[in-house]
Design a protein around this ligand. Structure first.
Ligand code: CMX
Length: 134
């Protein structure tokens, strides 16, 4: 049971092309792919940074959680994802500590990962995702 790396830092925005120009053309990061996560109503775009990624979150509708985030707070840092080994044990430990999770069980995230979110109210204001290779 351990946290192995920062999987990704996710930034919510409405203009993925503008993000591509910055991260790929100017900063020279490698675009590593886009993937829609239908359940979350979001399109994700990944740029590799060492063993981690920057994930651009583009809402598919303004009703999605990312759409609501943009409406309320504007573009910006949305969440930080930590890759772990032992996700199920972490979930038990978090629940035992009374920490608020967004779901009872892990969900399917981008790249076939099993993911769970910790509510920002339990983390000092930053949405944290824990993810594990399925
Ligand atoms: N970071 C920090 N604070 C956030 C936040 C975020 N990403 N999203 C919402 N909040 C804050 C809100 O501003 C609000 O604060 P106040 O009460 O001070 O106004 C509070 O959290 C509650 O927010 P809410 O919009 O009223 O709604 P909920 O509590 O129902 O839901 C949240 C908030 C964070 C759980 C949900 O909107 C969310 O983001 N879920 C995760 C979905 C997601 O990230 N999907 C992407 C998956 C892609 C992938 O696989 O990587």
């Amino acid at each position: 049971m351990k946290v192995t790396k920062i999987s990704h830092v996710a930034i919510a925005g409405e203009n993925p092309e503008q993000a591509r120009i910055l991260y790929e053309d100017i900063l020279g990061l490698s675009f590593t792919g886009s993937e829609q996560v239908e359940r979350e109503g979001v399109n994700t775009h990944f740029y590799g940074v060492g063993e981690s990624n920057i994930e651009i979150l583009e809402p598919l509708s303004m009703d999605s959680s990312v759409g609501k985030f943009l409406e309320k707070r504007g573009p910006g840092l949305h969440h930080i994802a930590l890759e772990v080994e032992g996700l199920d044990e972490y979930i038990k430990k978090l629940k035992a500590a009374g920490i608020t999770l967004l779901s009872d069980e892990p969900q399917a995230g981008a790249h076939g990962m099993r993911i769970i979110f910790i509510h920002p109210k339990s983390t000092g204001g930053v949405l944290i995702e824990l993810c594990e290779q399925a």
